[in-house]
Design a protein. Structure first.
Length: 474
């Protein structure tokens, strides 16, 4: 038997004055009844349970890829607080709307990058945009095709749903994009974040943006994008409710996942029942309050096994049982962003030990998105080219072996000729596969005092990369 919330035992300190009384015979039976009732209630609050094996539960999920226009025109304020600000609000609502959906986020201007891979972790996506600084996005133009090409690669589903938050981008015709999306099985839904009247755009210095002939630029809704949704059986709308209904109709069931459901045998019910019995025996005149008392204490709270599972997974990791540690880390569920960041960090470490570097990188990326940590950042950079390093290591070892053989032959030849040498040759050891993941040798990290996640300079560099002519991006 264990106690899930043993901190409640500190309440027993309140009974210390009773034991300091010199003559305990002066304490009435009613007072003893109160004290015993109090002790039993403290015992109930400490949540005594007997552990049982976790049960696997299967969930069926669908894939939705959200592509958000990050170009300069999204700063227009014809939609409050701004087009991009509205996109952030709607993304948060969308992620919270359906727990049985995996979401991915793509940011695009004239280029597109993955801001978050497909995940069922809503907290990860909600923290993602909090770290996005749109002031660092400098590109004025936007193009839909790079976003569609990236979305087509992100899901193995035959018909993944795509949601585009945009003001319509820059093209006058989207027939090529519509054909591409149809061929790849994408169901494209467009939530238009622009109006027919449009709005002017302000430069960084507060001046209105003008075109090359000096006319003030007005960014308006580009409804040419509607053909993509029509061609792929999606919806083109300005209503969030219409979009949500469409996504529910498009829901597929091609992805399955397993989660661990904890089931413990609870004993706090017995402590509560005994406390009520003692209370009634001691104070029979308070029977009218029994019903309210039962209702108050009869509420069951889910068992909190988080810290125990984390400790067990950490011990398994230290013992080299990386697969078991990985399963236990992945089984821990929490709504605490900092704790989830730590869990993803340790999941990444476990994947590195199993030499699954791609999955490790995804885990580190999720960790950094929720909460920045130097350890996760360094580890992700360290395994970025892990496979290349392993190949280089193999090549270097072969070259080193050949060099050693050649040197041995040369020394042997010199000895035969009577020549001698006292020169020593040393070569630095290669950093091969044995060194991969060396930063994961430390104990699993549990430091919740880091700063908020932010996109790296490399990500802003990619999103600002020009991929089309921006002479007239409006």
């Amino acid at each position: 038997m264990i106690f899930l919330t043993p901190e409640y035992f500190w309440l027993l300190i309140l009974l210390v004055p009773v034991f300091l009384v010199k003559n305990h015979k002066e304490i009435s039976i009613v007072s003893f009844g109160y004290m015993l009732t109090f002790i039993l209630l403290v015992l109930a609050l400490s949540r005594p349970v007997i552990e049982q094996e976790p049960v696997k539960s299967e969930q069926v999920l669908s894939d939705v890829i959200v592509a958000v226009d990050l170009s300069y025109s999204m700063s227009a304020r014809d939609i409050k607080p701004s087009r991009l600000g509205k996109a952030k609000e709607l993304l948060k609502k969308l992620v919270k709307s359906d727990a049985n959906t995996r979401y991915a986020v793509v940011g695009f201007t004239t280029n597109a990058i993955v801001l978050s891979p497909l995940t069922e972790d809503s907290e990860l996506l909600l923290h993602l945009y909090d770290g996005l600084n749109e002031n660092l996005v400098m590109t004025k133009g936007s193009s839909i095709m790079p976003a569609l090409e990236l979305a087509a690669k992100m899901s193995k589903s035959k018909t993944p749903s795509v949601v585009i938050f945009s003001d319509g981008a820059d093209e006058l015709s989207y027939e090529a994009e519509a054909r591409f999306a149809k061929e790849r099985g994408l169901v494209v839904n467009t939530l238009m974040l622009g109006t027919t009247l449009g709005d002017t755009l302000q430069a960084k210095d507060g001046e209105l943006v003008k075109d090359e002939v000096g006319d003030i630029v007005v960014s308006r809704e580009n409804d040419a994008i509607e053909i993509i949704s029509e061609f792929t059986d999606g919806v083109y709308t300005k209503s969030y409710e219409v979009l949500l209904d469409a996504l529910r109709e498009q829901k597929n069931t091609e992805y399955k996942t397993q989660t661990m459901v904890m089931q413990n045998m609870e004993f706090f019910y017995y402590a509560v029942a005994l406390a009520i019995l003692v209370f009634l025996v001691s104070v029979t005149t308070l029977k009218k309050y029994v019903l309210a008392f039962l209702l108050l204490l009869g509420v069951s709270v889910e068992a909190n096994e988080t810290w125990e599972y984390f400790h067990r997974a950490s011990q398994e990791y230290k013992s080299g049982e990386y697969e078991k540690a990985l399963d236990d880390f992945k089984s821990i569920k929490s709504s605490n962003a900092k704790l989830k960041s730590v869990l993803y960090y340790n999941i990444g470490n476990s994947y590195v030990r199993l030499k699954e570097f791609k999955k490790a990188r995804e885990a580190y990326l999720k960790s950094l998105t929720l909460e920045y940590s130097l350890e996760a950042d360094e580890n992700m950079r360290y395994i970025a080219d892990a496979e290349e390093q392993m190949q280089m290591s193999t090549g270097q070892e072969k070259a080193k072996k050949k060099s050693a053989i050649a040197k041995k032959r040369e020394n042997s030849k010199k000895q035969e000729e009577g020549a001698g040498s006292n020169m020593k040759v040393s070569a630095p050891a290669s950093s091969g596969s044995e060194d991969i993941g060396k930063k994961t040798k430390s104990d699993p990290m549990l430091n919740l005092n880091k700063g908020n996640a932010k996109l790296s300079s490399k990500q802003y560099e990619l999103i600002n990369k020009r991929g089309s002519n921006e002479t007239k991006p409006w």
